[in-house]
Design a protein around this ligand. Structure first.
Ligand code: 5GP
Length: 205
């Protein structure tokens, strides 16, 4: 503890960017390397890709199960992305924020907008948003192809969606123009560190 016994409110760090922008890797890496930050695992109706683990990469749900949880008001936000449902579970976020932990969420532009407009004041105050902007369209296609996780049809859909998503970068407080993995990570860490030092996030106990 510090001499003033300061308590810090957690950050809700929303990271968006087109598929292949590296946003998931950035969030996982910060959560792994920084004990004050946790990655909030989303729920989805998308089937798992090879190597993906339930509860680690996503909570993989059937559409019925997902819709039942929507009915139970379990989501902070949810949206349809690339033909599947995705959502942030309140249970992954609220307790951690209250305990002063930072929560990283990697969500699409629709989800980010829903969180920006959220009625809960704690969510509102905790939120910062970061957009990962690929340097150009060719780089994005190359990154998507090199993952090798999508069929040609899925690639075409993700590229079309990427063009739409990229129109929203000006809605975000921070933009990282993607360079190398290391540079992007260093920039991302600086943003989070800077936000942690905001006086308005500190409270004397
Ligand atoms: P992917 O299928 O490649 O894992 O994710 C596809 C898109 O869904 C990405 O843009 C990702 O950021 C977004 N996504 C992942 N989790 C969530 C979520 O909980 N809510 C919303 N709105 N989008 C999400």
């Amino acid at each position: 503890m510090n001499p003033l016994e300061l308590h810090r409110f957690g950050l809700l760090c929303v990271v968006s960017g087109p598929s292949g922008s590296g946003k998931t890797t950035l969030c996982h890496r910060l959560a792994d390397e920084d004990e004050a930050a946790d990655y909030a695992v989303s729920a989805t109706t998308r089937p798992p890709r090879e190597g993906e683990m339930d509860g680690e990469d996503y909570y993989f749900l059937s559409r019925e199960e997902f819709e039942a949880r929507v009915g139970n008001n379990e989501f902070l936000e949810h949206a349809e992305v690339h033909g599947n449902l995705y959502g942030t579970l309140k249970s992954e976020v609220i307790t951690r924020l209250t305990a002063g932990h930072d929560v990283l969420i990697d969500i699409d532009v629709q989800g980010a907008e829903l969180i920006r407009r959220h009625r809960n004041e704690m969510i509102h105050d905790a939120m910062i948003d970061v957009f990962i902007l690929p340097p150009d369209g060719d780089a994005l296609l190359e990154r998507l192809r090199s993952r090798g996780t999508e069929t040609e049809d899925q690639l075409a859909l993700r590229l079309a969606n990427a063009r739409e998503e990229m129109k929203h970068w000006t809605d975000y407080q921070y933009t990282i123009i993607s360079a190398s993995k290391e540079k992007d990570f260093a920039t991302f860490c600086s943003i989070v560190q800077g936000e942690r030092c905001r006086t308005s996030r500190l409270l004397e106990q």
